[in-house]
Design a protein around this ligand. Structure first.
Ligand SMILES: Cc1cc2nc3c(=O)[nH]c(=O)nc-3n(C[C@H](O)[C@H](O)[C@H](O)COP(=O)(O)O)c2cc1C
Length: 307
C-alpha cells in the first residue's frame, strides 16, 4: 500500500491511541511488524505554543519505520502553522483527527464535530496540505455524527477533493463512541467512492478480521487489539515472533526510559501493565501493586513474576 510516494509494504498500521501510543509502545509494535505508527492526537494550538506536555507526545523511536503525527484543531491557520513546526519535521505523514468523539474536543468544533462542518473541514485539509509541502496528508474520521447523519461517503470525497492522500475510516459514528459492532461494510462503500487509498479501522482483532478487511480496503489499522498483545502484528502478517511477551514488555519499558524519568515511566506504564496482564490468572494483586508503585524496577519484577 502506498500513501503518496510512501510505500507501507503490507499496510499494517498501529492506530493512534491517546495515553497509550507513546514511543515505547510504538517501538514494540514497529519491531514486531507495524509498517506505520501514529502518535496520539496532538493539539495544533499546543504545538504552536510549544507546550511542554504537547512536545512530549512527539518523541519517536528508532524502531518506527514510517511514522505519522496526528494533529487536531479547528482553525485552518493554526493547523497549518502547527504543521510547519520544526518538531514535526521528522514525521513522514501528517494525519488529521476528524473522528475524536470526546466532549472536551467536540465542544470546540474539533475531532468528529468537523463531520458536521464540511466547509471548515475542507479548509483545514487544504491548509494542512499546503503547509505539509511534499509530505502526504491523511484524514481519520468516522461514519458520521450519529446513525441518522452518516455522511462518510460525502465526507471522504470532500477530503479527497481538498487534497488528502489517504483516508482512515473508523467504522462507527460519533454517537457510538467505541461500543457496538463496527459497520465494516462501510469500508468498501468508501473505497468505491474515492480513488485515494482507504484504511480500514475498527474491531480488527486477529488474522481473519485483518485479511477480510483487505477485501474492502487498501490498508488496515489496529488499535485495541494491540494493547497487551503487540504480537498481533506478527499474527496478522503471518510472521513468526522472535520476542516473548516479557521481552516485548522489557523493550517497551526500556524505550520509554529513553524519554521519561523512571517514576514517570512507571506511572505511564501502569495502564499498559494491566493490558499485558489481561487473562493472567490471579493477577489482581499484581495489578494493585503496580498501581501503587512508581519504582519501574519493581514494576518489572512484578511483571516477571506473572508473565
Ligand atoms: C484509549 C484510546 C485512545 C484513542 N485515542 C485516539 C487518538 O488520539 N486519535 C484517534 O484518531 N483515535 C483514537 N482512538 C481511536 C482508535 O484510533 C481507533 O479508531 C478505535 O479504537 C477503533 O479501532 P480498534 O477497534 O482497532 O480499537 C483511541 C482509542 C482508544 C481505545
Amino acid at each position: 500500500m502506498k500513501i503518496g510516494d510512501i510505500d507501507l509494504g503490507e499496510g499494517a498500521i498501529l492506530a493512534p491511541m491517546a495515553g497509550f501510543t507513546e514511543p515505547g509502545f510504538r517501538a514494540v509494535c514497529a519491531r514486531i511488524g507495524a509498517g506505520l505508527t501514529v502518535t496520539e492526537m496532538v493539539s495544533a494550538k499546543g504545538l504552536i505554543h510549544n507546550g511542554e506536555k504537547t512536545l512530549e507526545l512527539l518523541h519517536t523511536s528508532q524502531y518506527e519505520k514510517i511514522s505519522a503525527v496526528q494533529i487536531f484543531g479547528s482553525d485552518p491557520e493554526v493547523m497549518a502553522q502547527a504543521v510547519q513546526s520544526p518538531y514535526l519535521e521528522k514525521f513522514d505523514i501528517i494525519d488529521i483527527n476528524m473522528g475524536c468523539p470526546v466532549n472536551k474536543v467536540v465542544k470546540n468544533g474539533e475531532g468528529s464535530a468537523l463531520m458536521k462542518n464540511l466547509p471548515l473541514a475542507s479548509k483545514i485539509i487544504s491548509a494542512v496540505k499546503a503547509a505539509a509541502q511534499d509530505r502526504p496528508v491523511t484524514v481519520k474520521f468516522r461514519l458520521g455524527w450519529d446513525r441518522d447523519t452518516k455522511n462518510y461517503i460525502d465526507f471522504g470525497k470532500m477530503c479527497q477533493d481538498s487534497g488528502a492522500d489517504a483516508l482512515t475510516l473508523h467504522a462507527r459514528t460519533r454517537a457510538d463512541f467505541y461500543s457496538g459492532r463496527a459497520k465494516i461494510e462501510a469500508w468498501e462503500k468508501l473505497k468505491n467512492a474515492v480513488s485515494i487509498p482507504v484504511i480500514a479501522n475498527g474491531d480488527i482483532k486477529d488474522k481473519q478480521s485483518y485479511r477480510q478487511a483487505f477485501d474492502w480496503a487498501d490498508g488496515v489499522m489496529i488499535g485495541r487489539g494491540a494493547l497487551g498483545y503487540p504480537q498481533i502484528f506478527a499474527d496478522v502478517l503471518d510472521k513468526s515472533v522472535d520476542l516473548t511477551l516479557m521481552e516485548a514488555v522489557l523493550m517497551h519499558i526500556n524505550e520509554l526510559l529513553k524519554y521519561f524519568e523512571p517514576e514517570r515511566a512507571a506511572i505511564n506504564f501502569r495502564k499498559h501493565a494491566h493490558h499485558y496482564l489481561k487473562g493472567v490468572p490471579n493477577s489482581r494483586e499484581i495489578k494493585n501493586k503496580i498501581n501503587q508503585t512508581d519504582d519501574i524496577n519493581q514494576v518489572i519484577e512484578l511483571l516477571k513474576s506473572a508473565l
